[in-house]
Ligand binder design. Structure first.
Ligand SMILES: CC(C)(COP(=O)(O)OP(=O)(O)OC[C@H]1O[C@@H](n2cnc3c(N)ncnc32)[C@H](O)[C@@H]1OP(=O)(O)O)[C@@H](O)C(=O)NCCC(=O)NCCS
Length: 150
């Protein structure tokens, strides 16, 4: 599976994967808003969007380098539901970890909802530990901060 930087043309497919992975129903407004955020990340010089796949996209990860404190934040990771469980997410995360390690970043971290068991297990399996809980970070949920030293 090819892991590579996203092109601008891939962003619509990435937006589609997010909606499929979230199990959300399509609304034109939500789709447009999501695409707007993806474009912002694409244009941000400190962020990167990495995709799995060539002609067809199976998943993507977005991350942001924080040069000031030498850390990397995973902003989003999504794998198409019909391709989950076959290590695409792990390959995307590995790509980021390797790049961050090569660039001498100190730590990689992520924020996830406390009830997102699948994501929490995924990060644990990939060597992240839980650092803290932010209570009531979301309307109906707490947030977990998870990290891995590089
Ligand atoms: C979380 C997500 C990115 C994982 O990607 P994936 O390609 O399916 O994960 P992998 O195949 O690399 O799995 C690696 C490990 O994660 C854990 N894991 C993955 N899916 C899991 C599930 N449904 N339940 C429990 N553990 C799971 C397992 O420990 C797995 O290792 P194993 O297969 O040896 O048991 C993917 O399920 C997804 O897109 N979910 C919806 C969006 C989301 O929650 N994103 C994260 C928050 S931003």
């Amino acid at each position: 599976m090819k892991i590579r930087e996203a092109s601008y043309d891939n962003l619509v497919e990435c937006a589609d994967i997010k909606f499929k992975a979230d199990g959300s129903k399509y609304s034109k407004n939500e789709m447009a808003l999501n695409l707007k955020y993806l474009k912002k990340y694409y244009e941000n010089k400190d962020s990167k969007i990495i995709v799995a796949g060539e002609t067809e996209i199976f998943g993507y990860i977005i991350y942001t380098f924080d040069i000031w404190n030498n850390s990397v934040k995973v902003d989003f990771i999504y794998v198409r539901p019909d391709k989950q469980g076959i290590k695409i997410g792990s390959s995307l995360l590995d790509f980021v970890i390797k790049e961050a390690t090569n660039k001498n970043y100190r730590i990689i971290f992520v924020e996830t909802k406390k009830t997102e068991n699948r994501a929490i297990e995924f990060y644990k399996k990939n060597g992240f530990i839980i650092n803290c809980i932010i209570q009531e970070r979301y309307k109906n949920d707490d947030a977990l901060i998870m990290s891995k030293h590089l």
